[in-house]
Design a protein around this ligand. Structure first.
Ligand code: S3P
Length: 167
């Protein structure tokens, strides 16, 4: 059974697109950030603030590697999840990966609430976004499908994913 895995930066629209895609394809939706929050009983900012990013990444890895895969899923991943080699290999192995790509300017516009984006809170947000894209894009581009999301609605993006993957 192949799952659909959405990857990309914070603010790319993975969660919103994931919700629509799960409705369109009658697949279950798993949002890895939600699983992490449930497992820790705390929101993402709280975890990173109190225990640090390294701890957060460890929980993220454990949570992703233990997703219940018995039913076909749409999996919306946190932006940094695939940077872990083991997580990346696992997600590539269980289905089709889709990179929802957005320009730094678009991501900047979509990440204006600092309380829900702990990694973008300090310093110049646009510079941080650019730096993260530079560091991560090679990995993101190692996806089965790349969808450009600038100036497109979540519904359009979800429909394109359906078409591209023949869902
Ligand atoms: C992160 C992205 C966030 C969340 C955490 C770290 C990242 O998820 O996992 O704040 O490193 O890019 P979203 O991509 O769903 O915002």
């Amino acid at each position: 059974m192949e799952h659909v895995v959405l990857v990309g930066m914070m603010g790319a629209g993975k969660t919103t697109v994931g919700k629509i895609l799960s409705r369109l394809t009658t697949r279950g939706l798993v949002d890895t950030d939600v699983l992490i929050e449930r497992s820790e009983g705390m929101d993402i900012s709280g975890i990173i603030d109190s225990k640090g990013e390294e701890y957060f990444r460890m929980v993220e890895r454990n949570v992703v590697l233990s997703i219940d895969l018995r039913a076909p899923l749409v999996i919306a991943t946190g932006g940094g999840a695939v940077m872990d080699d083991e997580v990346h290999a696992f997600l590539k192995n269980i289905g089709k990966t889709v990179y929802i790509r957005a320009s730094a300017g678009t991501l900047y516009g979509r990440t204006s609430n600092p309380s829900t984006r702990p990694l973008l809170r300090d310093g110049d947000r646009l510079e941080t976004i650019k730096r993260l894209i530079e560091k991560r894009e090679k990995r993101y581009l190692d996806s089965d499908v790349v969808i450009e999301s600038d100036d497109r609605s979540p519904l359009e993006i979800a429909n394109e994913i359906v078409r591209e993957l023949g869902l």
